[in-house]
Design a protein around this ligand. Structure first.
Ligand code: NAP
Length: 210
């Protein structure tokens, strides 16, 4: 039987790329997010179980996670809002600790964390708290894999293609070139492919990092 994969944030921009790739490859896919099923309907979405739950309320999603073979954290924050408790520390780090604590004695075959290749200009702490989460996961007794994309673009996010084009153009300008050096825009579909690869490698006992 195909693996049961639980994606936290499977309805998001990155999460959908993962859910689509895995559902199409006939994995059993469960997405957990506050909004549940995305508004725009695509045929592959019928293959996914869409659970509506706030990830900070484990009692609402714990049963799904305990039966998952593979867990994927595709929740994260691009822009902090401290007044609303939307902080990198909480979303990138404390959330991972909460997920692991909620597993109890059940252990996944693999935990995949969507991290990032680099920080965001003018967003202090974005990468720091991702690294803290990675370090925490490294200490667990189950296998982990980290996916580290750069800026992603695709149909699911308005203006992302235009932004990617603008960055590629700006990288040719000497004054801002240096600040943009680490940013290498990638199509969001690459994340789904990388996740499937990580699962396949993990089944063979190999470690994956991208
Ligand atoms: N986009 C990029 O270019 C890029 C590049 C590198 C790394 N990443 C990383 O990829 C991850 C996902 O980014 P994204 O662009 O896909 O973000 P996104 O589109 O905002 O998706 C976030 C997902 O998390 C869910 N979510 C947020 N808060 C939640 C909560 N309290 N409870 C349950 N679900 C919650 C959202 O659904 P609801 O709001 O419905 O709950 C949504 O499904 C982040 O960790 C980000 O740092 C993204």
């Amino acid at each position: 039987m195909n693996k049961r994969v639980v994606i936290f944030g499977g309805s998001g921009f990155v999460g959908q790329s993962i859910a689509k790739q895995l559902a199409t490859a006939e994995y059993q896919v469960i997405s957990i997010s506050r909004s549940g099923k995305p508004k725009q309907v695509e045929p592959w979405m019928e293959q996914v179980t869409w659970v509506r739950a706030d990830v900070f309320t484990p009692t609402d999603w714990q049963e799904h996670v305990k039966s998952g073979d593979v867990l994927i954290d595709a929740i994260g924050l691009l822009v902090e809002n401290k007044a609303k408790q939307l902080t990198y520390q909480r979303y990138h780090y404390e959330l991972v600790k909460l997920m692991v604590a909620s597993l109890g004695s059940s252990q996944p075959d693999l935990f995949i964390y969507v991290s990032a290749a680099h920080g965001l200009p003018f967003h202090q702490g974005y990468l720091y708290w991702k690294k803290q989460a990675e370090a925490f996961l490294e200490k667990q007794s189950f296998p982990v894999a980290f996916i580290k994309p750069s800026l992603l673009y695709g149909e699911g996010r308005k203006y992302s293609r235009a932004m990617a084009r603008m960055i590629l153009f700006s990288k040719k300008l000497p004054i801002i070139q240096q600040a943009l050096t680490p940013i290498k825009p990638q199509p969001v579909e690459k994340v789904g492919v990388a996740v499937q690869q990580a699962i396949k490698q993990s089944l063979k006992g190999d470690r994956y990092e991208s």
